[in-house]
Design a protein around this ligand. Structure first.
Ligand code: ADP
Ligand code: MG
Length: 685
């Protein structure tokens, strides 16, 4: 074991607290970098020290007293040659009073660090940090680091342990010197030492804004660790064999010939990318990104055709019953006429139906469509060649892994096609999806009329009701999305039921349906089918309709309390309309007063229709942490690098990761150990 892998030596209580900060090994301490710095390298004269920013002065004590107004406090009047200053301590110990009195009596000096304020009684500092010094006590040569910490771990203790770790760790260089010099980056050791103890001449702004080359080097190393772990996971998975799904394309050709539309250029390109992957003897790990309505389903169906023609099965998994059933109906309509056997498997089937479906999956079924039920223990595919996961971000890693294990015997793991309509900006994609190949559908099918978005205050609800009547009178259909109530699912449900009751009255004469997450699957399916068939004019819904629902005759969507929804959610919801030839409208009802952020967010959704642009602006508003929070894949979040600001580093790191893995896997290991330690194990899954 190398020294740096060693555990931190500290009493158990402190060790436990350090562990809370993610610090358990010496090398963790090395990478625990300061939030900011305090400049104790200089002493300023009291009279000339600037107010409102931290400064250090060296003073003698003139007078010490405990005052009781406005509340009990210790007050010391101190001075240097230039002027006087009052120090106030609201919480203090008796011993502190004695200590200051002794300093006064013995004429000793205090070094005081704090912010000067000019109050009614002249210059003062509240709660300054101070210590007794001799005239000869040297000033520190470096800025004093202030570390992120937690209750019970003092800055002093952290500084001590970190300094010890810096001494013990070899701070080995793991990158080629020529390379990082060319990039204008310092060596690892130099970067770490600069950041923990910057010499006073380093411009503080560059430390604060983290633009200093030392920061750039650390951020690069961090992003590199992330890329390495993701790329290695990718390569490991590729190491598993997969069936070669080679086909002449006859089945796909017949499907294409039967479609009422030609593919877009983007669809053709992506179909070719996927087709090439499927023909290789290693598992495809491809993410298909495409905005709402870009036509991902047909792409997946064509991939399934290739698997089926090659003699294998395809599975198609969706996150909700509603969506899975829509896919089932659509895929069956496309493929059954071509002689493909399609099976349907969800949790809501009766026991007997489920058994029958499982038998078909283990036998003659060529395509199996369903929900999570597909990945249950009891489902054994006969010869699964391709697994399609729709809206993949709705599934956890565990589920993704489970589907991969469903391959038939001896043929390796199935190819995976993951699909997502949650567009994420390029740098985020590079970072978070570095373990996947990404295809993008960047073109919508022609003939869509863009959805017009209206922002309407709640106060004008009547006008919206009138608009619904107009739409219904013109033979079109309407979605009404109930407000999101994150705090309580029960409340959410009740709101949906109430809204349905109120709208049924207000829209007397129209047929108003209701779907929400708590309905039984067959009730849900019946309502959706009635809406699809045009037997219901207005569908009141919770966000269960967020993904995938496709009813082209619906041309008006009302979203109540739009200010409560996330931007990508609003974008997905809005994508449910604008699917037919009629001009569609999305009404965002909001309640006054709007907060500043709510206003900014509604403005983004109002002004933009492109999912990627919305995502980009959303990212700026929220920062990446929250943005991809739902990926729950164990991808370590970045502590130091900022994917927007440091996008260039992500690109560099991607290249470097591939190179290291090829040429110096041992150094890649050590880099990963330094940054991820034991957490790396998690990522190998
Ligand atoms: P999403 O990418 O959101 O899953 P879908 O696959 O549901 O989109 O497709 C949305 C609608 O567009 C569907 O009705 C689908 O049949 C239709 N569609 C897909 N591709 C084309 C195309 N090339 N031309 C016209 N319509 C298309
Ligand atoms: Mg879809």
């Amino acid at each position: 074991m190398k020294l740096s892998d060693e555990e931190i030596k500290a009493p158990p209580a402190l060790k436990a607290r350090l562990a809370k900060l993610g610090l358990s090994r010496q090398s963790d301490l090395v990478l625990h970098l300061p939030l900011r710095y305090e400049d104790e390298t200089r002493i300023l004269p009291v009279a000339h020290a600037p107010a409102g920013c931290p400064v250090q002065v060296e003073v003698g004590v003139l007078d010490v007293s405990v005052q009781f107004r406005p509340r009990r406090q210790l007050v010391a009047r101190v001075a240097d040659a230039s002027g006087e200053l009052t120090l106030r301590f609201l919480n203090f110990y008796g011993s502190q009073t004695k200590q200051l009195e002794r300093a006064r009596d013995e004429g000793r000096k205090l070094r005081v660090f704090g912010e000067i304020r000019h109050g009614f009684l002249g210059a003062e500092m509240v709660h300054p940090r101070y210590r007794l010094v001799e005239e000869s006590t040297p000033l520190p040569a470096a800025l004093t680091p202030v570390y992120p910490t937690t209750a019970g771990v003092s800055q002093a203790a952290l500084r001590r342990h970190i300094a010890a770790a810096l001494d013990a760790d070899g701070l080995d260089e793991l990158l080629d010197e020529a390379w990082f010099q060319r990039q204008g980056l310092p060596a690892f050791a130099a970067a770490v030492l600069t950041l923990h103890a910057p010499p006073p001449e380093v411009p503080e702004v560059s430390l604060q804004q983290r633009t200093h080359p030392a920061w750039r080097r650390i951020k690069f190393d961090e992003v590199l660790a992330q890329q390495l772990s993701l790329r290695r996971a990718y390569l490991n998975r590729r190491g598993n064999g997969a069936p070669r799904l080679t086909a002449r394309g006859r089945l796909a050709g017949r499907l294409l010939a039967a479609l009422p539309f030609p593919l877009t250029a983007a669809q053709r390109r992506v179909v070719a990318e996927i087709g090439a992957d499927l023909a290789l003897p290693m598992p495809m790990q491809r993410l298909l990104q495409g905005d709402v309505g870009s036509g991902k389903t047909i792409v997946a169906a064509l991939a399934a055709c290739q698997a089926i023609e090659a003699g294998f099965q395809a599975a198609f998994m969706a996150p909700t019953e509603i969506l899975a059933e829509q896919h089932y109906l659509k895929l069956r309509a496309w493929l059954e006429p071509l002689g493909v056997t399609v099976a349907w498997l969800t949790g809501s089937l009766s026991k007997a139906e489920k058994l029958a479906a499982q038998r078909r999956a283990a036998g003659e079924a060529q395509l199996v469509v369903g929900t999570h039920a597909l990945i249950q223990e009891s489902v054994d595919f006969a010869r699964l060649g391709l697994a399609v996961v729709d809206e993949q971000h709705r599934f956890g890693v565990a589920q993704r892994l489970a589907l991969r294990r469903k391959g038939g015997t001896g043929s390796g793991v199935p190819h995976q096609l993951m699909m997502s309509a949650t567009p994420i900006p390029r740098t985020l994609a590079m970072s978070y999806y570095a373990d996947l190949d990404v295809s993008v559908l960047d073109e919508l099918p022609p003939g869509r009329t863009p959805v017009r978005t209206r922002l309407v205050s709640d106060a004008r609800r009547d006008e919206v009701i009138a608009r619904i009547r107009d739409a219904a009178a013109a033979g079109r259909q309407v979605y009404w999305v109930c407000p999101l109530i994150e705090e309580s699912e029960k409340l959410q449900l009740q709101t949906a039921i109430d809204t349905h009751a109120v709208l049924s009255q207000e829209l007397d004469g129209l047929r108003v349906g209701l779907v929400h997450g708590r309905l039984k699957a067959d009730e849900k399916a019946a309502t959706m089918a009635a809406f699809s068939a045009g037997e219901i004019e207005v569908l009141v819904a919770t966000t269960v309709i967020e993904v995938g629902v496709d009813v082209p005759n619906a041309s008006l969507m009302v979203i109540e309390h739009a200010e409560r929804f996330g931007l990508s959610q609003l974008h997905q919801l809005r994508g449910r309309v604008g699917r037919g030839k009629d001009e569609s409208v999305c009404v965002l009802l909001y309640q006054q007063p709007l907060s500043e952020t709510a206003r900014a967010r509604l403005k983004i959704i109002y002004e933009n229709t492109d999912g990627f642009e919305i995502a980009r602006q959303d990212l700026q508003l929220r920062g990446p942490g929250e943005f991809v929070g739902s990926r729950q894949s164990g991808v370590p979040l970045l502590r130091y690098a900022d994917l927007e600001a440091d996008a260039d580093l992500v690109e560099l790191a991607r290249e470097m990761a591939d190179e290291l893995l090829r040429k110096a896997p041992e150094r890649a290991d050590r880099h990963l150990a330094r940054w991820l330690g034991s957490r790396e194990e998690l990522l190998k899954a």
